[in-house]
Design a protein around this ligand. Structure first.
Ligand code: FAD
Length: 386
């Protein structure tokens, strides 16, 4: 192999996972992260078997499972509480060895960071340029100085400046039509199940329970981009306060200042390649998708393991990057399309007739068929890193 040093731009889930993979195959790796504190904004996250298997390969799976809660019970409901589909975590566990697991994002970030050498992460450092200096070397500018490496991993998220430099004709992210408010409850609550989604017209409310008894909830609404509320919690009580238990209780258990509000964007125009020269795009920089399948981070974890395995086995960096693109682009873009479709048929659906048809179809779908559909995305087997 003709390379052994990498700069990873972005210290999110994708960038940290990529750095761990590269470190495990013996590469010298530096992660540059522009945030100057590691406060880990964000609420909770669900990790499916594919993401957990990727974490196993990175050596972090056991620690993540120990800090997460298995999603055995729950499912999808109507605002009055009727069940459209029940979740069968045990069936998933039998099929792929694990249920989906819920974990606070801050815990996942900490566990990933702890798997890297302390000096591998440069925080408060923005990569502001990218240059191919020779066929084997790329240079990443950072606040007046430069880092040179054999490979750059652009894991700088949905707004990726690296992607903009490498693919200037690409239109970039598009607004999905949905905005999301979310938080973690201040204290333990009993939501009754491990995971739920509830669909009303153009609206979704969901929760993920954590091992310590707290829960994350999210509320998604069809609204124009940029809509903001003076008192988000009061607005959510107005919209969701009459929905079934435990929704009002979850809102009551939340500090008003804990509510995060983001518009959901996605890369609707697929990228022509996940690589350019000596740069690999990874995670949301490559395939930001709507959250409707809970797969964005799982796909970033798949990317990270695939990239490291390719670099460990291919004869040259160029060959490894070609393999990475061929393996990851069809998969990432297919999951992104499926996530968009799931959003259109789920949270975004607002016409009463369409909702009635969907709900009837869901009630009639046997749970085994629903599990088979889920497995299309979850039953991914990682390449071996060791
Ligand atoms: P990011 O997390 O965006 O990280 C990019 C990092 O790069 C940031 O830290 C940023 O500060 C840094 N950066 C940017 N530019 C620069 C620069 N120039 N120099 C240095 N640093 C830079 N996925 C799941 O698998 N399961 C779920 O349950 C799930 N739920 C979701 C719920 C919601 C509401 C949303 C919006 C997403 C959800 N996702 C989920 C998707 C998941 O959150 C993302 O796919 C994942 O976090 C992307 O990680 P990333 O590392 O690619 O990008």
């Amino acid at each position: 192999m003709d390379g052994s040093s990498a700069v990873v731009v972005g210290g999110g889930i994708g960038g940290l996972a990529a750095a761990i993979g590269l470190h495990r195959i013996g590469w010298q790796v530096t992660v540059v992260e522009r945030a100057s504190t590691l406060e880990d904004a964000g609420a909770g996250i669900s990790l499916a078997a594919n993401g957990l298997r990727a974490l196993d390969e990175l050596g972090v799976g056991e620690a993540v499972r120990n800090a997460a809660r298995g999603q055995y019970s729950g499912g999808t409901r109507t605002p009055r509480g009727g069940w459209l589909a029940r979740m069968d975590g045990s069936a998933l566990e039998r099929a792929v060895g694990t249920p989906i697991m819920g974990i606070p994002r801050s815990t996942l970030h900490r566990l990933l960071r702890d798997s890297l050498p302390a000096d591998a992460l440069l925080i408060g450092t923005e990569a502001d340029s990218l240059q191919q200096v020779s066929p084997g070397t790329v240079r990443v500018g950072r606040s007046g100085t430069v880092l040179e490496a054999d490979l750059v991993v652009a894991a700088d998220g949905i707004g990726s400046a690296m992607r903009g430099r490498l693919f200037p004709a690409h239109p970039g992210p598009a607004y999905s039509g949905s905005t999301v408010l979310r938080a973690i409850t201040e204290h333990p609550v009993d939501p009754g199940t491990d995971f739920e989604l509830t669909w009303g017209p153009g609206a979704e409310f969901g929760h993920i329970a954590f091992p310590d008894g707290r829960a994350e909830w999210h509320a998604v609404l069809n609204l124009p981009a940029g809509t903001r509320f003076a008192d988000p919690l009061a607005e959510l009580r107005r919209r969701f306060g009459t929905w079934h238990d435990p929704i009002p209780a979850l809102l009551d258990a939340t500090r008003p200042t804990a509510v995060l509000h983001h518009d959901v964007h996605e890369l609707r125009t697929p990228l022509p390649s996940y690589t350019a020269g000596r740069t690999a795009l990874l995670g949301d920089a490559a395939h930001a998708m709507t959250p409707n399948l809970g797969q964005g981070a799982c796909q970033a974890l798949e990317d990270a393991v695939t990239l490291a395995a390719a670099l460990a086995t291919a004869p040259t960096v160029q060959a490894a990057l070609a393999h990475y693109d061929a393996e990851r682009r069809p998969r990432g873009q297919a999951v992104a399309r499926a996530a968009r479709q799931a959003g259109r048929m789920g949270q975004q659906l607002s016409h009463p007739v369409a909702i009635a048809l969907r709900n009837t179809a869901m009630r009639l779908t046997p749970s085994r068929a629903a599990t088979r559909m889920i497995l299309r995305h979850h039953a991914w087997v990682p390449p071996r890193l060791r």
